[in-house]
Design a protein. Structure first.
Ligand code: GLY
Length: 329
């Protein structure tokens, strides 16, 4: 296994020779770039460690990336203590837990569900949309009907403890719109991207979205090209953070297109973050993070603020990696 870690740009001359300087980007803090041969799975935040283990059961046996990413993120969806993914998630302002998810494979086939309530595994419903219908995206009642008709497990939401927390929140926040604080204690989404033993990419992205959002709000996670994008000739990217900002720049598609034009995964993620920064006057609490792999097995990640990290699993490594970032919280 040949692998390189690039620590702290500017300190490693070798890294500088391999990475094009990025115009206009401020670089503060650590920026890691990884490289792996063989299968790779990476996913956002600490919950990615357990999810990666499940994905690895598929990848290590020579299985397909699409099966790995679905199996992987189902672990997070199944974790009832997770307040930002799956049925343990926090509700919207009206008390409804509405789930968003999408999946994409090496043939650019994709499926998505949004504003889906009361179904345990939205990622598997998204895969069924991809495999069983002519469509890419089903939302709300239509997505729910499709899920029930196709035998997907139902779930009662919100969980009692989550409902209690929401009721308390409502008493304190009658007219306020709570902006989420997205950091490692309060991560939002699991985005997972993987390359299998054949060098094929797939990805999955799933979330309960912005806590106490307006009823009907949909974030980036189920939007192909925003929360997730795969182009098997180039690589894969996923996003986490404030979905509205990620949608504005078609974030994950932007990262993959930049890689197509020669940017490394780290450079591409950094440029996408830079675009978000340029397009927003007020960056208060505006955390957005990108994670990408290219066809050569290079892995990179970058976020607006510090605190974002991702879980990595390869033949030789299993660890959390801190992303590069533009500014401190
Ligand atoms: N990134 C998840 C969301 O904004 O809903």
């Amino acid at each position: 296994m040949k692998r390189r870690n690039f620590f702290k740009f500017g300190l490693v001359a070798g890294a500088l020779s391999l990475v094009k300087p990025l115009k206009g980007a401020t670089l503060i803090g650590q920026s890691f770039e990884e490289k792996a041969n063989g299968p790779i799975v990476v996913s956002t935040w600490i919950h990615g460690m357990e999810a990666n283990k499940a994905a690895w059961e598929v990848l290590s046996k020579g299985g397909k990336a699409i099966d790995a990413v679905e199996k992987g993120v189902r672990v997070t969806e199944n974790d009832l203590t997770n307040r930002s993914v799956g049925i343990g998630g926090r509700p919207d302002r009206d008390g409804h837990v509405t789930l968003d998810a999408c999946i994409m494979d090496e043939r650019s086939r994709c499926g998505s569900v949004a504003f889906l309530e009361g179904i345990k595994h939205p990622i598997s419903v998204a895969r069924a949309v991809m495999e069983k219908t002519q469509h890419v995206m089903l939302v709300g009642g239509g997505a729910h009907k499709f899920a029930v008709e196709n035998g997907f497990e139902a779930a009662k939401t919100p969980l009692p403890e989550v409902k209690k927390e929401w009721q308390e929140w409502k008493k304190e926040n009658k007219d306020l719109f709570k902006k989420p604080e997205i950091n490692h204690e309060n991560h939002d989404t699991i985005g997972m991207i993987a390359m299998d033993v054949n060098g094929d990419f797939s990805g999955a992205c799933t979330t309960s979205g912005w806590a106490y959002k307006l009823h009907g709000r949909v974030g980036d996670s189920p939007i192909i090209g925003a929360g997730l994008f795969i182009d098997n000739e180039v690589g894969a990217a996923t996003a986490t953070g404030l979905g509205e900002a990620i949608i504005r720049i078609a974030g994950s598609h932007t990262v993959v297109e930049l890689m197509r034009h020669g940017y490394s995964p780290l450079e591409a993620c950094k440029e996408a973050v830079n675009r978000i920064i340029k397009k927003h006057d007020d960056l208060t609490g505006l955390q957005c993070c990108f994670l990408a792999i290219d066809k050569q097995g290079n892995i990179g990640s970058y976020s607006v603020y510090n605190g974002f990290n991702y879980a990595l699993k390869t033949n030789s490594e299993e660890k959390m990696v801190d992303a590069g970032f533009n500014r401190n919280w």
